[in-house]
Design a protein around this ligand. Sequence first.
Ligand code: NDP
Length: 240
Amino acid sequence: MARVAIVTGGTRGIGEAISLALKDRGHTVVANYGGNEEKAKAFTEATGIPAYKWDVGDHEATLAGCARVAEEVGPVDIVVNNAGITRDGVLHKMSFDDWNEVMRINLGGCFNMAKACFPGMRERGWGRVVNIGSINGQAGQYGQVNYAAAKSGIHGFTKALAQEGAKYGVTVNAIAPGYIDTDMVAAVPAPVLEKIVAKIPVGRLGHAYEIARGVAFLCSENAAFVTGSTMSINGGQHMY
Ligand code: NDP
């Protein structure tokens, strides 16, 4: 059945692949974005998927943005919390702003989107929330106390919200990607990236569509019994 889906950060990188995968499966997709107008415009022109701008870390803006989507497109049954940023640095060099901004967007964004859309899903008796965590939220990473804490928080958030949705046909799951070949990973210095790839048993970075296919499964009718889980898609880099 076709549903209305919002993919945050849905106009580029992993989010773009998720938007396309959900559209391919017949859903009506809206892609949220944070500020890259050029990319959002090109994405909409190429795919026909509308792009709506708001800052997912801003509570009021997120409530207003989701209300606009509900009014203009329809009640939202699928939310993919994909928007995320990095502000890396070792703790003694990391500013409080770097800490706060990553928590505000990466973890606060999940809360804000859930506040906007989860009550309606519960009322209607069907919903899917997929939160994009990270291997670095599972295993930690040098120079990323902010990002690892926010992503680890996403995994806890997922398990708690899953319990609130279970009786109402609303599943809440997370995907923990390993290293995927997007702009975010392009920002990692080449020597560091080489060392990372050497630790991936399949011997390469992942592709955005490999995450998107996992998301599409979790959003499907077939995944009705899957809730509170974390799907690791990481080429075998971290197994547990
Ligand atoms: P990109 O940096 O390529 O894209 C990030 C997306 O998030 C963009 O669409 C951006 O919008 C959006 N965004 C950033 N801040 C905000 C905001 N405040 N409000 C709304 N949207 C915002 O990231 P990736 O595609 O690589 O990553 C996607 C997700 O996957 C992230 O959560 C990331 O942490 C996670 N992840 C990525 C991995 C990787 O290897 N790439 C590994 C593990 C997890 P705009 O285009 O407007 O800037």
